[in-house]
Design a protein around this ligand. Structure first.
Ligand code: SF4
Ligand code: SF4
Length: 140
């Protein structure tokens, strides 16, 4: 879902597939389930009370005037079409267990763009790290 908070701003709002989903906690009929990291709505159990819509801190559950059940991103059941359709490959779909690795890699790359300066303070050898901006630019 894309919302238009300002005439020149387009902002995609997507479900974070929360570890502890507020929408799921507050659903009175247990219509919201989490399986394999994906939070989804079971339309059979839904009574359209809209508690989930109110509960989501990110505004990621939507109502549609022609549909009784609220709807949200369920990652297209594990094959997100937005990722496939993005013409610039700007979107990545990473399984939950790979996220940690991706974050570590990102930290590593940031570290690689740092330079260390050694100095002595009160007789103690210390190291200070600075962002190596020129190196970062060259590799971007
Ligand atoms: S709908 Fe909202 S609360 Fe529920 S999992 Fe997605 S982001 Fe979290
Ligand atoms: S609208 Fe449906 S899914 Fe949402 S809280 Fe109510 S019963 Fe649960």
């Amino acid at each position: 879902m894309v919302v238009y908070p300002h005439p020149i701003i387009r902002m995609p709002i997507v479900c974070r597939q929360c570890k502890i989903p507020k929408c799921m906690e507050n659903c009175p009929t247990e219509a919201i389930i989490k399986k394999d990291g994906i939070v989804d709505i079971d339309g059979e159990k839904c009574i359209s009370c809209q508690q989930c819509v109110i509960s989501c801190p990110f505004g990621a559950i939507f109502l549609h005037e022609e549909i009784d059940t609220p709807f949200k991103c369920n990652l297209c059941n594990g094959q997100p079409q937005c990722v496939e359709a993005c013409p610039k490959n700007a979107l990545l779909f990473l399984p939950e267990h790979v996220l940690g690795q991706a974050q570590r890699m990102s930290s590593l790359l940031k570290y690689a763009h740092m330079k260390e300066v050694e100095y002595v303070e009160k007789g103690e050898r210390k190291v200070r790290r600075y962002a190596d901006i020129e190196k970062g630019k060259a590799e971007d």
